[in-house]
Design a binder for this molecule. Structure first.
Ligand code: TUI
Length: 319
């Protein structure tokens, strides 16, 4: 089966899959592994100091000759520095998240950079299309980290109907069934995060990977709803403390104080009790640690198997 479509042609990749731009997780090592396997690997700029990001962008070029991306988190104070570095390193693809990417599009589009905003509503999708986005990632609230309000199941088809540019489905996709579902909803690609945290190449503390492997259907919670920046992560002592803040109507500053530095302590130091173990609901579907290439191969061979079985319905054969 060939996966040649608008996304593979736009990005010059083999499989229409993007690796999520996960803060503290998505580094040159993981991005290169995904790109070498035929997907689009992505380095997360997140709150990285510019000299460290510079080093990561240098490093990824030594590890792959294939296209890769840079994710710019728009709530970060280092957005301008990240755009500068994207320009200096001629990064082929930039994805954005957690805000309105107008300024990033204004600066990068004239340079020929492919810009793909991650959005969580139809209105955001329409706006970024007008501003010149090349495609959108429609991310449902099954995803990990900072999320919107709609599920992938209802968001993706509405975005597909609302825009002409290609749509990439994200949120809850961790196996071939999820890939096939994304395509059934009208998407032309998928973005996958949590499944790649449990790849051999992800330089994440083993405790973090273990927490995802152990996760079950109801292991996730959404914290910080009251701050306007809801974040999905795995339940632990930190999320119970966030519940306490909810109960006593704490101020936004108290939420921020409790959250600061907690993703790093989980990813880097392995503190999965008091750290922020951001992961999507698909964590429950992740049961092993595999090379990124094997993950991609499995996702697309299983999805192809599903499409082939589904074609029986179209042919009116008994199933
Ligand atoms: O950005 C993400 N996921 C993230 S960012 C992140 S770092 C963080 N750490 C602590 C607290 C908060 C964030 C962890 N996970 N996903 C993409 C995404 N973008 N989801 C939702 C949105 C989004 C939200 C609002 C996109 C656009 C938007 O527009 C607002 C506007 O003003 O139009």
């Amino acid at each position: 089966m060939s996966w040649n479509n608008r996304i593979t042609r736009l990005l010059a990749i083999e499989y229409p899959i993007l690796q999520g731009g996960m803060a503290w997780v998505a580094d040159a090592e993981l991005a290169a592994a995904v790109s070498n396997a035929g997907g689009l690997g992505i380095i997360a700029a997140s709150n990285m100091p510019p000299d460290l990001l510079d080093e990561q962008l240098r490093k990824v070029r030594t590890m792959t000759t294939r296209p890769f991306g840079l994710n710019i988190m728009l709530m970060s104070p280092t957005v301008d520095a990240a755009v500068d570095l994207a320009q200096r390193h001629k990064v082929p693809v930039v994805t954005t998240g957690a805000g309105s990417p107008g300024k990033v599009l204004e600066r990068l589009k004239p340079l020929g950079t492919i810009v793909i905003p991650v959005i969580a509503s139809v209105a955001q999708a329409k706006r970024v299309e007008k501003q010149g986005a090349d495609a959108v990632v429609a991310e449902g609230m099954e995803a990990g980290g900072h999320i919107g309000e709609l599920t992938t199941m209802v968001l993706v088809p509405q975005v597909v109907d609302a825009v002409e540019i290609p749509v990439i489905a994200a949120g809850g996709i961790a196996d071939g069934r999820g890939v096939a579902a994304g395509f059934a909803l009208g998407a032309e690609g998928v973005q996958v995060g949590t499944r790649f945290v449990c790849s051999q190449e992800a330089t994440v503390h083993m405790n973090y990977k273990d927490a995802i492997l152990k996760a079950r259907d109801r292991s996730n919670v959404i914290t910080g709803n009251r701050t306007g920046h809801p974040v999905r992560c795995l339940k632990n002592k930190l999320t119970m403390e966030f519940d306490e803040l909810d109960k006593r109507n704490a101020s936004v500053e108290e939420y921020e104080a409790l959250g600061t530095g907690k993703l790093r302590s989980a990813v880097v130091d392995g503190d999965v009790e008091w750290g922020s173990v951001m992961a999507g609901q698909s964590a429950a579907l992740v049961n092993d640690i595999l090379p990124a290439s094997e993950i991609i191969r499995m996702l697309f061979s299983d999805a192809a198997g599903i499409f082939s079985r589904m074609s029986q319905y179209a042919e009116n054969r008994e199933v």
